[in-house]
Ligand binder design. Structure first.
Ligand SMILES: *Cc1c(COP(=O)(O)O)cnc(C)c1O
Length: 408
């Protein structure tokens, strides 16, 4: 076949509808839900062959199930990864990807601005396993470089970060990791697999909370680890198989259906987020609006280099501290107060008193989390309704800030 006849590869949005399907003998249209713990074998020899890995097939749903396999295959197609393993939650994916490679005496370098539970795993849990850590300002490449030691095995980060939407230069940190003989694990939840491909930028492992955009409808928890075939085989497969933080087949089925509409949802959420950010940016109640898709983001050059759009999240910093932030959140009628994100419903949260309340005030400030900060996750509502709603919130905050309304 000449190059002229070479077929253009299918777009990811097409693959998310058809990819990874294991169709049964019944020819069902929708992916089948195999709600079964285990499988039966034609005879004892077949069971023996399957356990020895001499014959392909499913054995036990703690580590192999057709519905979960379909979800893993579809995620591989989306991410451009060789292999994937699904987990019960995003935190199971983060924890397993770390524990699978770390040994007593190893060292981890991580960006300081992390999802609260990821920070707990690194600061509180890993040291109990004899693994030391250094936290750095992820924006500062010099800090990454200086933190690396001979026993550093893993560099871990998220970008954009939660909730301040700081960015980390993935290519540069991957190079620092590899020069040091370490690997880079990226928690890619905020960017989503639609807008940022860490494996293409040099990362070794990508993890997701599928609870967020991949389900995107607030129904179930899930996580996934994506990496090379060899990394999964050498480090992850047995760890998950033997320790058991498995995804439920039911959740895998829900998440497969989530992947069918992922690009549609995330694109709508992101165009709405960009519109809303531009519409409210100059509001007098705002000290700052942080959105990686806007040219006034302090790291806009990095956003343009590694993200194909600004994501569905916006950080708002209200004047008037906590009183201003609470007045804004409480005045909203469409946007709901919730700590989830990536959902069909637009959600707002006050990180300082919820997701990051475990941190002392000075630790919060070090991360850029002020009392006036709100994290806004844009959903699927009409963007004009969201602009009206957020404007209503900001107007209410302004009344408090200017002392026209008593703070609650
Ligand atoms: C939600 C989230 C997690 C944890 O995922 P769960 O599914 O809630 O366990 C990890 N990292 C980031 C960035 C998240 O947003």
């Amino acid at each position: 076949m000449s190059d002229n006849n070479a077929r253009r590869p299918l777009d990811a949005s097409t693959l998310m509808v058809h990819g990874g399907v294991l169709r049964s003998q019944f020819g069902e249209l929708s992916e089948a839900l195999y709600l079964t713990q285990g499988f039966v074998y034609a005879n004892a020899e077949a069971a023996e062959a399957r356990f020895k890995g001499e014959e392909p097939g499913f054995i036990y749903s703690r580590f192999s199930n057709p519905t979960i396999s379909m979800f893993e295959s579809r995620m591989c197609l989306l991410e451009g990864a060789e292999a994937a393993r699904a987990t019960a939650t995003g935190m199971a994916a983060v924890t397993a990807s770390l524990l699978a490679v770390l040994r007593h005496g190893d060292h981890v370098v991580a960006g300081r601005a992390l999802f609260g539970s990821c920070l707990w795993v690194i600061e509180e849990f890993l040291p109990k396993m004899g693994v030391s850590y250094t936290l750095v300002d992820g924006r500062d490449l010099d800090q990454w470089q200086k933190a690396v030691r001979p026993n550093t095995k893993v560099l871990f980060l998220e970008t954009p970060t939660n909730p301040t939407l700081d960015l980390v230069d993935l290519r540069a940190v991957a190079d620092i990791a590899h020069d040091a003989g370490a690997i880079l694990i990226v928690d890619n939840v905020f960017a989503t697999p639609i807008y940022q491909k860490p494996l293409q930028l040099g990362a070794d492992v990508v993890v997701y909370s599928a609870t967020k955009h991949i389900d995107g409808q607030g129904r179930c928890l899930g996580g996934v680890i994506l990496a090379s075939e060899q990394f999964i085989a050498d480090n992850v497969h047995n760890f998950l198989r033997q320790t058991g933080p498995a995804m439920s087949p039911f959740n895998a089925w829900v998440l497969l259906k989530g992947l069918e509409t992922l690009s549609l949802r995330v694109e709508r959420q992101t165009t709405s987020a960009a519109r809303l950010a531009d519409a409210v940016a100059g509001h007098p109640a705002l000290a700052r609006l942080i959105y990686p898709g806007r040219a006034d983001h302090p790291q806009y050059d990095i956003a343009r280099k590694q993200m194909s759009a600004g994501s569905s999240l916006i950080a708002l910093e209200l004047k008037g501290g906590k009183a201003g932030a609470f007045a804004c959140a409480n005045a909203l009628e469409v946007v709901k107060i919730s700590n989830n994100l990536g959902d069909a419903k637009s959600l707002i949260t006050h990180p300082s008193t919820t997701t990051h309340q475990r941190l002392k005030p000075e630790q919060q400030l070090e991360l850029g989390i002020t009392q006036g900060m709100l994290r806004l996750s844009i959903g699927l509502e009409h963007p004009d309704d969201l602009i009206d709603d957020i404007t209503r919130g900001l107007d209410a905050a302004l009344a408090v800030i200017e002392g026209r309304e008593a703070a609650e």
